[in-house]
Design a protein around this ligand. Structure first.
Ligand SMILES: Nc1ncnc2c1ncn2[C@@H]1O[C@H](COP(=O)(O)OP(=O)(O)O)[C@@H](O)[C@H]1O
Ligand SMILES: [Mg+2]
Length: 224
């Protein structure tokens, strides 16, 4: 069974006077532990596709199964719970909480669902991301590349099944962007996560197993 299965999914955003069909009849299967690149021009619908997959955005018609569960019919609370426990998120703008230390930012998703953190897992994540020495600092005291590596640690602290990364290197210079991207791939492999990332950069899409191209809300899928 595919981890995600989308059948004829349409997503309409906005209102009747000023809205548009942002995703048009999307059919897509994503296998467990796949690495999926979502590419397309600005405004094509990449972020909306990610938001629909994680249950943040409601759909107009069609069905989305995650692990056999129809997420379209879940209550807001159940979908929020799914996001907290099964999904991790990495954003273009890092979205760390400025008043919390690096450590407190990383453990926040676990604290929110009162999950225990295994010290060995915590250490191995920080080590892999090269941020073990930063835990006492505030986000304002570290670089952009470091902030995004902290954000990756936060995204994976709850052992998510899926990591969503929306233009994760969009705010980084190319050297830091390359490093962050390699680490995302390495973490997904090491911790057996499905990784779904949006990017403008076609060269990054070539490193994925599945390449989802979005043009004006229409999706085309290539298996690499
Ligand atoms: N709340 C909204 N109301 C109306 N249109 C929206 C809304 N949010 C996004 N859109 C439109 O949906 C399209 C796709 O947006 P998005 O998924 O953010 O694209 P991408 O991530 O590929 O740049 C864009 O044309 C955008 O203007
Ligand atoms: Mg976007």
């Amino acid at each position: 069974m595919a981890l995600f299965k989308l059948d004829d999914v349409c997503c309409f955003l906005g209102n009747r006077n000023n809205g548009k069909m942002v995703l048009k009849n999307v059919n897509l299967s994503i296998e467990d532990e796949a690495v999926v690149a979502v590419t397309g021009p600005s405004g094509a619908g990449k972020s909306t596709l990610l938001n629909v997959l994680c249950g943040l955005e409601k759909i107009q018609s069609g069905t989305i199964l995650f692990d056999g569960i129809d997420i379209g019919v879940l209550s807001e609370n159940k979908r929020a719970d799914l996001r907290l426990k099964q999904f991790g998120f990495v954003f273009q703008a890092f979205n760390l909480i400025p008043s919390l230390s690096v450590k407190d930012n990383i453990v926040l998703p676990a604290a929110m669902c009162r999950a225990k953190i295994e010290p060995e897992y915590y250490r191995s994540v920080l080590e892999m991301l090269g941020i073990s020495d930063l835990t006492g600092k505030l986000p304002s005291q570290i670089s952009g590349g470091e902030m995004q590596r902290v954000a990756i640690a936060r995204a994976i602290i709850n052992h998510p099944k899926v990591v969503f990364a929306d233009e994760p290197t969009g705010n980084l210079d190319s050297e830091n962007g390359t490093r962050v991207f390699e680490l995302l791939l390495r973490c997904a492999k090491e911790f057996k996560q499905t990784l779904i990332f949006a990017t403008h950069d076609i060269s990054k899409a070539q490193l994925a197993n599945v390449h989802v191209e979005v043009f004006d809300g229409v999706v085309k899928v290539d298996e690499n």
